[in-house]
Write a protein that binds this ligand. Structure first.
Ligand code: NAD
Ligand code: DAU
Length: 373
């Protein structure tokens, strides 16, 4: 039997990192699906955080607190003063290439930041007993903690041993272990989800999918690491939000759930697909050529002409793939958006939101943050 809205308890959520890509999509979706809930967003507005990602959401049911999750006292005050009963923890340094250049920020945000939040939640929910028993700390993690698969290996399940390879994935693995320990040792009600690669609106253009879309539109090179045969398992970001909601609603405290799309693509194939889809749009709509005169398609050339194979990422994991049997059979979760629909929707979003990405690319999105801070 499916739960009706009336059966679902109302929640008061602290959502960390929701000025970033997935968190912003999550809050947008959650507020729409849970009209009686309240959300406090905590975000330090690092380079990856953008107030514009929360446009149209802030108001009586949702507010933004610009704060670092490492400020344990402030996190505890928010949980206490706003009587928050649910933490959904997205805040992290998330880009593998940056972790290779500078791992320190990843340990600070992902490991120490997660511990800080756990300490705040324990203080307020367990030691002070301020919240009802329905409290939940949901930790958003990644499939990268499981390491790298060979071409024929079975997909990652919840029982796959951890084997992180990059400073990013090692910091996420460490945070997963801390979350587990706070449950086992202190009895905090936690769940963790390990998800595959997301794509969709508000994706910061240092990541593969938005980088390719925007470089095609601007006629810039499409850098493909190595031979481009590395494989990722892609999930539309709103499906990730739905998966997290299933875990918060029905997951067993102390357990972990893999979320994925059963949608594996070699990088070079996804780059070529985006090129083809954009070429088709330029062919169908001559106005696009006027708006984006530097795009190859504006001159009738294929966008794939921009592809350049470049030096591989150090320690580049070959393949990720998620076995999502557990969340499907135990919690009834299935992705709702096919890749064909999701990738078209994503391209539409970038074409319709030029101002968003232009302010990101020229850096002016951060002026708003500084002015408002
Ligand atoms: P993102 O980089 O787009 O956003 C991260 C957000 O966290 C930003 O708004 C940033 O300002 C904020 N932040 C960083 N450090 C902070 C701190 N110390 N205090 C407060 N806020 C801070 O990341 P994303 O791609 O949206 O990923 C969100 C989460 O999901 C991460 O935990 C990531 O590991 C996980 N994840 C991402 C993917 C993916 O494909 N992007 C897949 C699986 C899991
Ligand atoms: O698997 C989940 C992870 O997916 C998340 O935990 C991370 O936060 C998220 O950033 C993402 O990590 P990846 O490293 O897989 O994503 P990225 O978009 O950086 O790269 C995807 C693939 O494309 C990867 O194999 C590297 C390759 N790549 C990436 C870039 C930016 C290129 O070939 N060229 C590029 O310019």
């Amino acid at each position: 039997m499916t739960a009706t809205r009336r059966d679902i308890p109302t929640r008061r959520l602290l959502v960390t990192g929701a000025a970033g890509f997935i968190g912003a999509n999550f809050v947008r979706w959650w507020l729409q699906e849970h009209p009686d809930d309240h959300v406090v967003v905590v975000d330090a507005l690092t380079y990856a955080g953008n107030r514009a990602n929360l446009d149209g959401l802030l108001g009586t049911r949702c507010r933004l607190e610009v704060a670092d999750i490492n400020d344990t006292g402030r996190m505890a005050s928010l949980l206490r003063d706003d009587a928050l009963d649910t933490v959904v923890h997205f805040a992290a340094e998330s880009h593998v290439d940056r972790s290779i250049e500078g791992p320190d920020a990843f340990v600070q945000a992902n490991v120490l930041g997660t511990m800080s939040l756990l300490k705040a939640a324990r203080t307020v929910w367990l030691l002070e007993g301020a919240a009802p028993d329905t409290h939940r700390f949901h930790h958003v993690s990644t499939d990268e903690v499981f390491g790298s698969l060979g071409a024929d290996d079975p997909a990652f399940s919840e029982r796959t041993p951890y084997a992180p390879n990059s400073p990013y994935s090692a910091s996420k693995a460490a945070s997963d272990h801390l979350v587990r320990a706070w449950h086992h040792t202190y009895g905090l009600s936690v769940t963790t989800s390990n998800c595959s690669n997301n794509y969709g609106p508000y994706h910061f253009p240092e990541k593969l999918v938005p980088l390719v879309i925007l470089n095609v539109l601007r006629g810039l090179a499409l850098p493909v690491y190595g031979d481009g045969r590395n494989v990722r398992d892609w999930l539309y970001v709103e499906d990730h939000a739905r998966g997290i909601a299933c875990v918060i609603g029905g997951g067993t405290p102390g357990e972990t759930y893999n979320i994925g799309g059963c949608n594996e693509w070699a990088n070079i194939d996804i780059v070529q697909l985006i090129c083809r889809l954009l070429d088709r749009r330029f062919a169908a709509d001559p106005a696009l050529g006027e708006h984006y005169p530097d795009a190859p398609a504006a001159a009738g050339r294929p966008s794939t002409s921009l592809i350049e194979h470049v030096t591989d990422r150090a320690g580049h994991d070959f393949r990720y793939a998620i076995d999502a049997t557990r969340i499907r059979t135990e919690l009834g979760f299935e992705p709702a958006v096919t890749f064909e629909v999701g990738i078209e929707r994503t391209i539409d979003w970038y074409l319709d939101n030029r101002n968003w990405w232009e302010t990101v690319l020229d850096g002016s999105y951060r002026d708003t943050d500084r002015a408002a801070a």
